[in-house]
Write a protein that binds this ligand. Structure first.
Ligand SMILES: Nc1nc2c(ncn2[C@@H]2O[C@H](COP(=O)(O)OP(=O)(O)OP(=O)(O)O)[C@@H](O)[C@H]2O)c(=O)[nH]1
Ligand SMILES: [Mg+2]
Length: 237
């Protein structure tokens, strides 16, 4: 079993996938880490073929079943003890992969969230920035979870957590659950700030349904806030 899985999901990312995989390999080589690159692919373009030629483990999910179902599949297919996710669109800093992973490997944290929102990134339009700020503020008010970015696609997870906690993959905004639910269950969350770049290729973000689902996911976690420590799992070292 590899120590680390770098997991991505792809919907027509043929323009970006080769560059992203090359960058990941460079980042991993710095540490000679035992790692796999996993891709859940739902594309009609050449993404899967390019990724396979670059040595990634590609699992096809076709026809596309949406972000949530693809990400849920990625998290369960991953074989590494630590799973680092990122978008396959060149927006996230691959050079941060090992830093996030090592914070989980050290045993101090179960999830490390890479926040894009220390300040507004030039690559993020104002409406998205304000929405993200509001989502984070609402998460703190409603659930008491301190975070600045509930929608980051770049995180490190302890694999055992992903199998111990159930997530609802239906509908947009799954990253909200993937962060807030474990935090409410007592898993240890850390956050680091990262730079965020312009995307290669076209976005798949559906702004309004994602906003609706984000609030829905936050509010329906409210009972967990008051469930008490006895309902919480023991954190797996
Ligand atoms: N397999 C699979 N991948 C998907 C699906 N929908 C989106 N993706 C991928 O999920 C990742 C995140 O989607 P993006 O389009 O980048 O959405 P976003 O990051 O919210 O928006 P941007 O800021 O524009 O990048 C990308 O790597 C997409 O290719 C899907 O239905 N199936
Ligand atoms: Mg993206």
């Amino acid at each position: 079993m590899p120590a680390l899985t770098v997991a991505m999901i792809t919907l027509n990312e043929a323009q970006a996938v080769a560059k992203v995989i090359d960058e990941i390999r460079t980042a991993l080589k710095e540490n000679a880490m035992d790692a796999e690159i996993l891709i859940i692919d739902s594309s009609t373009d050449q993404t899967a073929q390019i990724a396979e030629a670059k040595g990634a483990r590609v699992v096809r999910q076709f026809p596309p079943q949406g972000y949530g179902n693809a990400m849920a599949r990625a998290l369960l297919e991953a074989r590494g003890d630590v799973v680092v996710t990122l978008d396959c669109d060149d927006t996230y800093p691959t050079e941060k992969i090992l830093e996030l992973a090592s914070m989980v490997q050290s045993g101090n944290y179960d999830i490390v969230n890479a926040s894009r929102l220390e300040r507004r990134p030039a690559a993020m339009p104002y409406p998205n920035y304000l929405a993200n700020w509001l989502f984070a503020f609402t998460s703190y008010l409603v659930l008491g979870v301190k975070t600045t970015d509930v929608h980051s696609g770049m995180r490190a997870y302890r694999r055992s957590l992903l199998h111990a906690v159930s997530f609802d993959p239906r509908g947009p905004a799954l990253p909200v659950d993937l962060l807030l639910k474990p935090a409410l269950l007592g898993y240890r969350l850390a956050e680091v700030f990262i730079p965020y770049r312009d995307r290669i290729g076209n976005t798949t973000l559906h702004r309004w349904s994602s906003t609706w689902w984000t609030f829905k996911r936050i509010f329906r976690l409210l009972p967990l806030r008051f469930a008490g420590p006895s309902h919480r799992p023991v954190t797996v070292p």
